[in-house]
Design a protein around this ligand. Structure first.
Ligand code: BT5
Length: 259
């Protein structure tokens, strides 16, 4: 693998956005870009600041899970101060942006496993982690973390060798990390602007979900529900048809889904 030189300057030079990435913080190695983003927020980081890392030692997934982050992947966190009504749609914005940039870069067809996984050929190629909170002066912030297995070798990672894939594996050639990062941010801005104009993104997100119509098992808190994933609502919650015919709404928050 030839490691392309990524830097704040190189990203800024290639980036064609107005809002997202107006400030780039690049670190070759971090614990997690989420932690760096949170400390940037404490220091008053502007809306649209993006933290990008070459590798993460303790990449985070949801529910205290790990995100394996060897060199060659895309690892970034986007800092936003959105209106509270937009918070539930940020994972959708990020997933759609990932799909588009993957399509743009390698004509690869990816889809979404509810609520936050991006798959190619049934294997996970990217994940999204959205967090939100309030700053000390009461402003609502969100950090949207995105990890993409681009040129990283996931087959050498025993924990995920069977369930994960990477763009280099599926495209059969290396992809440009710079093009991927800039394409990701441009597409994120496109969907975020759409949402900001009051035009929902959930129908587009729903149409890319591979989960609908499938028999699934969903772990939510201590309970596990089995049924057919019938639909999703506008806040991203899953409508699950149980065996007894009732429809159960499963919040997109703290869930694990198995097929
Ligand atoms: C996610 O969590 O999919 C969210 C991943 C977000 C990662 C980004 S990278 C930039 C930012 N900074 C961070 O520290 N995190 C974000 P979840 O749905 O909980 O999936 C985690 C599960 O995916 C793990 O338990 C593994 O089974 C699997 N996994 C871990 N690393 C993976 C990888 N590189 N590729 C595919 N699957 C992976």
């Amino acid at each position: 693998m030839t490691l392309e030189k990524i830097s704040e300057r190189a990203i800024r030079k290639h980036l064609d956005t107005r809002e997202i990435g107006r400030r780039i913080v690049y670190r070759p190695a971090v614990s997690s870009t989420m932690d760096v983003a949170l400390s940037e927020i404490e220091q008053g980081a502007a809306h649209g600041t993006v933290v990008v890392a070459g590798t993460q030692k303790k990449g985070k997934g949801r529910l205290r899970r790990n995100w394996i982050s060897p060199p060659g992947g895309v690892y970034l966190s986007i800092i936003l101060y959105p209106p509270p009504t937009m918070l539930t749609s940020l994972t959708m914005v990020a997933c759609l942006a990932v799909l588009d940039c993957i399509q743009d870069i390698g004509s690869l067809r990816a889809n979404i496993k509810w609520p936050n996984d991006v798959l190619i050929g049934g294997k996970k190629v990217a994940g999204v982690l959205a967090q939100s909170g309030k700053t000390q002066d009461g402003r609502i912030y969100a950090v949207v973390g995105i990890g993409i297995n681009a040129n990283s070798d996931v087959s050498g990672q025993p924990e995920i060798a069977d369930s994960a894939t990477s763009l280099i594996q599926t495209a059969g050639k290396e992809v440009s990390l710079l093009a991927l990062i800039c394409g990701l941010l441009a597409n994120f801005e496109k969907y975020f602007s759409q949402l900001s104009r009051g035009e929902p993104v959930w129908q587009q997100w729903r149409d890319s979900l591979v989960t609908l119509g499938q028999q699934v098992h969903v772990k939510s808190g201590h309970a596990t529900y089995s049924g057919v994933a019938e639909s999703v609502d506008s806040s991203g919650d899953l409508l699950l048809r149980l065996a007894d015919g009732t429809l159960r709404e499963i919040p997109a928050g703290d869930v694990t889904l198995r097929t």
